[in-house]
Design a protein around this ligand. Structure first.
Ligand code: IZC
Ligand code: ZN
Length: 407
């Protein structure tokens, strides 16, 4: 007996497997025409054409539409206080992202707002975003802390993330190393020591995050400081991630390789040599083209990365400064138009490879018997059409863990 049967699927498009795909395999997805998907107990239990022979409680007629796995947003900063719209005029006047941060704005402005927000305010705001993201096709998301930069506020943010994970599919990342807080601006190394000696052990003991991320960037955390933090995090059992080579080439991709990071993010300025090391370590490149778009920057070299056998994932980077957008559909368009990925490669990047970047590859990221039933029924006939249109929400229905939650 099935709980739910999707019939009359025009095109089912999905990567296959329980590990990230790289090289040519990134673009080798399965495409089935005129098929059905059966769901029981939150899992996919049937894929085939026998729609009449199956007992089911509920049927959904997909009317010839495209069905894909739910989109997975592997990189967000979506628990934050306040907004940063006042920075628009600074940007237009020529101030760069790092100029704004150095003058006490940027991340530090969001830190002030997040410290000032209550747990409930942060929870309600983040929950609203997660609901909006679901409506736009995102069924799983990673969320970073990093707008506290003190023990109490980092824990407040991580507790919000933990509470949200009771009703949403979420991976939690501790990112105390997101900026140097004002209190430590004259002694950044003392903040690094505080992260290593106090924050990381406490967050591990409270089991508030499975990943640890560092913003390795000019005038944020140096390679040496990042190295120390990632070593300490690895020793405690965190899986590590790095914001690497976004603005200035710093050797972040090589550092990711050295630490066998599960992922390295941005990578706009990484050298070929450093990327080769990432390929060796199996680190997933999480590319964030919506940030390039919003900051008017270049785009990551996705084609080179795929040629080098680096698994590529894509994500929104949703945050109040450099990417105030949570819509993965726009990221799919940018992956195709600006990263020059094929629709099949971009689909893998936003599903299975994104799942692998946040530890969900065994249960999510593809449509296969045994995997979680996280599915999108699109208001369009095929994958090419999904990438051809942009700017409107093309989601028709969303199924998360076997339950129709939006239609
Ligand atoms: O709030 O600006 N890049 N961290 C690193 C961010 C962007 C988030 C922000
Ligand atoms: Zn980020």
């Amino acid at each position: 007996m099935l709980d739910l049967l999707l019939t009359n699927i025009g095109q089912l498009a999905t990567p296959i497997g329980s590990a990230a795909h790289k090289g040519r395999a990134q673009g080798q997805i399965h495409v089935l025409n005129h098929t059905c998907i059966g769901i029981h107990d939150g899992k996919i239990t049937y894929i085939g054409t026998q729609d009449d022979a199956l007992d089911t409680i509920t049927k959904i007629d997909c009317k010839g539409s495209l069905v894909t796995p739910g989109l997975i947003d592997a990189h967000t900063h979506l628990v934050f206080g306040g907004y940063r719209q006042h920075e628009l005029n600074l940007k237009l006047a020529g101030a760069s992202y790092l100029d704004i941060l150095k003058s006490g704005g940027g991340i530090l402005s969001t830190v002030t707002s997040t410290r000032g927000a209550t747990y409930n305010e942060l929870y309600d705001k983040a929950k609203h975003y997660l609901n909006e993201m679901l409506v736009h096709g995102t069924t799983t998301a990673e969320i970073k802390s990093g707008y506290g930069l003190d023990m109490d506020t980092e824990i407040k943010q991580l507790k919000v993330i933990k509470a949200l994970s009771a009703s949403y599919n979420i991976a939690a990342t501790f990112m105390g190393a997101h900026a140097i807080p004002d209190e430590y601006k004259n002694d950044p190394d003392a903040y690094v020591s505080f992260i290593i000696q106090t924050m990381l052990p406490q967050i591990k003991a409270d089991a508030l995050a499975e990943f640890c991320d560092v913003f390795t960037e000019n005038s944020v955390f140096t390679i040496q400081q990042s190295d120390q933090i990632l070593s300490a995090a690895s020793k405690l059992g965190f899986n590590v991630k790095i914001h690497a080579d976004e603005i200035v080439p710093m050797g972040g991709a090589a550092l990711a390789a050295k630490h066998h990071a599960i992922s390295a993010e941005h990578l706009l300025e990484s050298s070929d040599e450093d990327l080769q090391q990432m390929a060796q370590s199996g680190t997933i490149a999480v590319l964030l083209p919506a940030t390039s778009f919003y900051l008017n920057k270049k785009y990551a070299r996705a084609r080179d990365m795929i040629n080098m056998n680096i698994p590529v994932a894509i994500a929104t980077d949703f945050n109040p400064g450099s990417s105030p957008n949570f819509n993965m559909q726009l990221v799919l368009n940018l992956a195709y138009l600006k990263l020059k990925m094929t629709p099949a490669e971009a689909l893998t990047a936003a599903t299975l490879n994104a799942a692998a970047a946040i530890g969900f590859e065994q249960t999510k990221g593809s449509i296969e018997v045994g995997k979680d039933a996280d599915l999108i029924i699109w208001a369009c006939p095929d994958l090419d059409y999904l990438f051809y249109r942009y700017g409107n929400n093309q989601v028709s229905s969303v199924i998360k863990n076997g339950v129709l939650i939006h239609s």
